[in-house]
Every structure is written in structure tokens, then in C-alpha cells.
Design a protein around this ligand. Structure first.
Ligand code: G3P
Length: 217
């Protein structure tokens, strides 16, 4: 499973990229707002750090507006992925932009039917929002599994990009189901390294080492 980082904070992206943990980046208007940066400037900086796909989201509501914004965003760098919402207008924009050879990420997906439409419209990535379904007492991972089944049934090449990931458990569940990509905040990616038995085992080893009186350096 590829890891995308869901943030526009360049220092955090750089730290994870140095460890080889970043296959791409996703941003959205809320993350740009949180960064306090200009969208083109911060996106260009991210594209300088990460070679993989970097999603930058359009904000127009009509297809022509999304297409124009998408074309403008793709001028930032060759690895820009244009992110459009899963509306009828977004699907039209997806069809046109993917037809021009641009990578397109169709976002705000909450059903298998929506994912099917995005694949038909030529999406490179579909972004089902796991955490926001959990928020309304549904199981977001069921949607990842349903889309996996639908795409595999018909050999669609659109990649499932599990989004709105809130926990390390979401990451392992997405990987077990076979999501192609998961995008998560840096804190969630770091949390994946944690296990109480690792901490307990390390404390026991260090206590025994103290008793030996030895030093390695
Ligand atoms: O990947 C989409 C993400 O930014 C939304 O996450 O936690 O706001 O639902 P969240």
C-alpha cells in the first residue's frame, strides 16, 4: 500500500520523506487554510520534496471552472494531481482533465456507486472518506471493501485512495482490504510504529543491560 501524507505542512512532509514513508501528498482547501500559505507557493514547495503525486484541489462548483482551475494547478509541477469533488460537474471535469493526460483524484466519495462513476470518468484515484462515515455511525472500511470488490470485478485501473484516515487501525485495515493508497496525517503514520509490548520489552532489555555494567561505546 502506498502512503500519501494528508497535510500541507512542508516540515512534516520533509521529515517523513527522508524516511521513505511518502509516496505522495494530498491537500485540500482546509489543509491549505491550516498551513496559512498561498496554495501555489506551498504546493510548488511540496512538489520539490516529493516525486509522487501531489493532489491540489479545485474550488469551482461548475465543470468549466474546475477544468480551468485544474489546468492552472497542473502548471505548478508535472506531479500535480487535480482533485475534484464527486459531483456531476466534478465527473465532467475528471473526464476532460484525465483525457488531457492529467492525473485526477476524485474526492468526497461516500458510496460504491460514486466510485463506479469516477472510474468510468477516468479517475486516477478515488478518495473514499473513511473517518467521516465512521462519524455518522457507519463503517467507513466497509466502503473501502465494497469499492475494492467493484473495481476488481471489472478490472478498473482507478486506484483506491483511502482518505479521512484517523488512526493507525484504519491504516492496517485499509492495507488488509487492499486499498492501493492510504492518505493520513503525519501523526497517524508515526503512531503506526507504536506498540505497548515494544515499550515493555525495551524497558526490560535496558534494565538487564544496566546490570551487566557494560558499554557499547
Ligand atoms: O483526506 C481527506 C481528509 O483531509 C479529511 O479528513 O479527518 O477531515 O475527515 P477528515
Amino acid at each position: 500500500m502506498k502512503f500519501f501524507v494528508d497535510t500541507a505542512e512542508v516540515d512534516q512532509i520533509r521529515e517523513l520523506a527522508e524516511l521513505g514513508m511518502v509516496d505522495g501528498v494530498t491537500t485540500n482547501p482546509s489543509l491549505i487554510m491550516k498551513s496559512g500559505r498561498d496554495i501555489k507557493e506551498v504546493t510548488a514547495e511540496i512538489c520539490g520534496i516529493v516525486d509522487g503525486p501531489v493532489s491540489a484541489e479545485t474550488v469551482a462548483l461548475d465543470a468549466d471552472g474546475m477544468i480551468a482551475e485544474g489546468r492552472e494547478l497542473t502548471k505548478i509541477a508535472p506531479n500535480i494531481t487535480v482533485k475534484v469533488p464527486l459531483t456531476w460537474a466534478g465527473l465532467k471535469a475528471c473526464k476532460v482533465l484525465s483525457g488531457e493526460g492529467h492525473m485526477v483524484n476524485v474526492t468526497l466519495c461516500f458510496s460504491a456507486n460514486q466510485a463506479l462513476l469516477a472510474a468510468k470518468a477516468g479517475a486516477t484515484f478515488i478518495s473514499p472518506f473513511v473517518g467521516r462515515l465512521d462519524d455518522i455511525n457507519l463503517d467507513g472500511m466497509d466502503l473501502i471493501a465494497d469499492i475494492r470488490t467493484v473495481y476488481d470485478n471489472y478490472d478498473f485501473k482507478t486506484q483506491i485512495l483511502a482518505a479521512s484516515i484517523r488512526s493507525a487501525n484504519h491504516m492496517s485495515q485499509a492495507a488488509l482490504i487492499g486499498a492501493d493508497v492510504a492518505t493520513a496525517p503525519p501523526s497517524v503514520i508515526k503512531k503506526m510504529a507504536e506498540h505497548p509490548l515494544t515499550d515493555k520489552g525495551l524497558a526490560a532489555f535496558l534494565a538487564d543491560w544496566e546490570k551487566t555494567g557494560q558499554k557499547i561505546l
